[in-house]
Ligand binder design. Structure first.
Ligand code: CP
Length: 310
């Protein structure tokens, strides 16, 4: 069984195959409606979610499979003190594949070792969110027609933002991608990612404090929410939360074909007046998330060649 805990668990070739499959499903998803019949997806979410959980469930139901899970972690035996590993072993007796979100970094990797079925990390603390990364890569590929030769700006909470960390790792493997990190000093990208990834691979990047000074250079602008749930101090959160707000004035400085992305949920960091701008792609990301998760479920269950491609 193969599990997906980190975006680097997938090779560039495997990512390409997954994106091809997601694109094929998008052409006419009814062709895939019975492929996972009799298969069960378990969703184990120890943190809140709207998109990831519902898109996983929608994906499995769209493939003809079934879904089980707790409405929230408070009604599971975890509240009686059961360990994550015992919980996962139990759930893997009742399902064919598991999607798991947990506030502790590394929890899905520990859980994976006790699971009898493939386990997908649906977000672990400020660490990784590999299926959001697949969603983001599909969106970039569909919008730009490529995953290489891009200048990608990440803006906001680069310290705690797991979607940033995961997408950065994935994009670091494509030729000619340059990175621009826009954040306050307190929310800079963690040093380990700079040293072990960007510096180690001699990748081109810079860190700046304002959006305005780099807006015109960017092909992709990836906005993020300041992650309130990871702060120890409420005052720090309140001081930093509105550092960056993308509005139509700032967009006047941007390229005409900029792609604006956000994993969502947003709080205040993209003004709603931007939603109607043709460059706004964050609602397309939401839609793409369902198809990429269908592709991932099919691949991990070895059902990816059951339907002839269009
Ligand atoms: N993008 C994302 O992970 O959204 P949710 O927290 O709503 O799942």
């Amino acid at each position: 069984k193969k599990s997906i805990i980190d975006p680097m668990d997938l090779s560039v070739e495997e990512i390409s195959d997954l994106l091809d499959l997601a694109n094929d499903i998008m052409k006419d998803r009814t062709r895939y409606q019975d492929v996972a019949k009799h298969k069960i997806l378990a969703t184990l979410f120890f943190e809140p979610s709207t998109r990831t959980r519902l898109s996983f469930e929608s994906a499995m139901l769209s493939l003809g499979g079934s879904v089980l899970g707790f409405p929230n972690a408070n009604v599971s035996s975890a509240t009686k003190g059961e360990s994550v590993t015992d919980t996962i072993w139990t759930v893997s007796c009742y399902s064919d594949i598991i999607a798991m979100r947990h506030p502790k970094e590394g929890a899905p990797r520990v859980a994976m070792r006790r699971s009898k079925v493939p386990l997908i990390n649906a977000g672990d603390g400020g660490h990784n969110h590999p299926t959001q990364t697949l969603t983001d890569l599909l969106t970039i590929q569909r919008e730009k027609g490529r995953l290489n030769n891009l200048t990608v700006g990440f803006c906001g909470d680069l310290k705690f933002g797991r979607t940033v960390h995961s997408l950065l790792k994935a994009l670091s493997r494509y030729e000619g991608v340059k990175f621009v990190f826009i954040s306050p000093e307190e929310l800079k990208l963690p040093e380990y990612l700079k040293e072990d990834l960007l510096d180690a691979k001699h990748l081109e990047y810079k860190e700046v404090r304002t959006m305005e000074e780099v807006m015109g250079e960017l092909d992709i602008l990836y906005m993020t929410r300041v992650q309130q749930e990871r702060f120890f101090n409420e005052q720090d959160y309140l001081r930093l939360r509105d550092t960056y707000i993308l509005d139509l004035n700032k967009l006047e400085l941007a390229k005409k074909d900029l792609t604006i992305m956000h994993p969502l949920p947003r709080v205040n960091e993209i003004s709603t007046e931007v939603d109607d701008d043709p460059r706004a792609c964050y609602f397309k990301q939401v839609e793409n998330g369902r198809y990429v998760r269908m592709a991932l479920i099919l691949t991990l269950l070895s059902l990816d060649h059951e339907v002839e491609r269009l």
